[in-house]
Design a protein around this ligand. Structure first.
Ligand code: ATP
Ligand code: MG
Length: 196
């Protein structure tokens, strides 16, 4: 069985927290590959989000040097808001029965997932891995046994919100994100004109 990690996210922008989490989960769960899947329109994020194409390209730039990382367009090419169940159904169809799916998500996002519909189907489609990061705790672990794991990733208290806020305020984001992402954000003049 091939073991495929799926890291869904807005990636607005992708940062080293995402990359460290994916790398650590890939190591601990012996994953063959991790696919980063930028959302189309997010179903639960209000407010403005950078163009899907920019978020997709930043994910490509940030993962290009890692042979076990790749980026998928399935969510940004599907019309309408992104729901994780659609991502997983498409991935299942794309990769077939020889591939085991591991959906990687922050513990905060995992906790929110409990409030979504279709959780039974979600847990049939993939094993879920919730990464804890500073400031986030799963308070209600009412998750199905055996289909969900929690793991700690090296503490990196970086968020996309903080990166956007810093760009907006004219503060540096060097070393919070890969160098190519700093350069891409400058080149495309992203996040400068709005509070995150
Ligand atoms: P925002 O601040 O806009 O919410 P974010 O930094 O949380 O952005 P997302 O694109 O929402 O980034 O995150 C994608 C996934 O990565 C989510 O499951 C999220 O919980 C997880 N994640 C985000 N930052 C980290 C981090 N520093 N360490 C581990 N996981 C993270
Ligand atoms: Mg988030």
């Amino acid at each position: 069985m091939r073991r495929l990690g799926i890291m869904g996210g807005t990636f607005d922008p992708i940062h080293h927290g995402h990359l460290v989490a994916a790398s650590e989960v890939a190591h601990v769960f012996a994953l063959d590959e991790v696919v980063f899947v930028p959302t189309g329109r997010s179903s639960h994020k209000e407010g403005r989000v950078a163009a899907a194409e920019d978020r997709y390209l930043m994910a490509v730039i940030a993962t290009a040097s890692n042979p076990r990382f790749s980026v998928s367009r399935i969510d940004i090419d599907r019309p309408g808001p992104t729901y994780t169940v659609d991502t997983l159904r498409d991935m299942r169809e794309l990769h077939g029965p020889g591939t085991e799916l591991f959906f990687i998500t922050g513990a905060d996002a995992l906790a929110k997932m409990l409030t979504w519909h279709d959780t039974d189907e979600l847990f049939e489609l993939a094993h879920f891995i919730g990464c804890t990061r500073p400031g986030h705790r799963l308070t209600d672990p009412g998750l199905p046994n055996g289909r969900v794991s929690l793991m700690e990733v090296p503490a990196l208290s970086i968020s996309s919100t903080e990166c956007r806020d810093r760009v907006h305020a004219g503060e540096p984001i060097w070393y919070l994100v890969p160098d190519g992402i700093v350069q891409y954000i400058n080149k495309r003049v992203l996040y400068r004109d709005r509070a995150a």
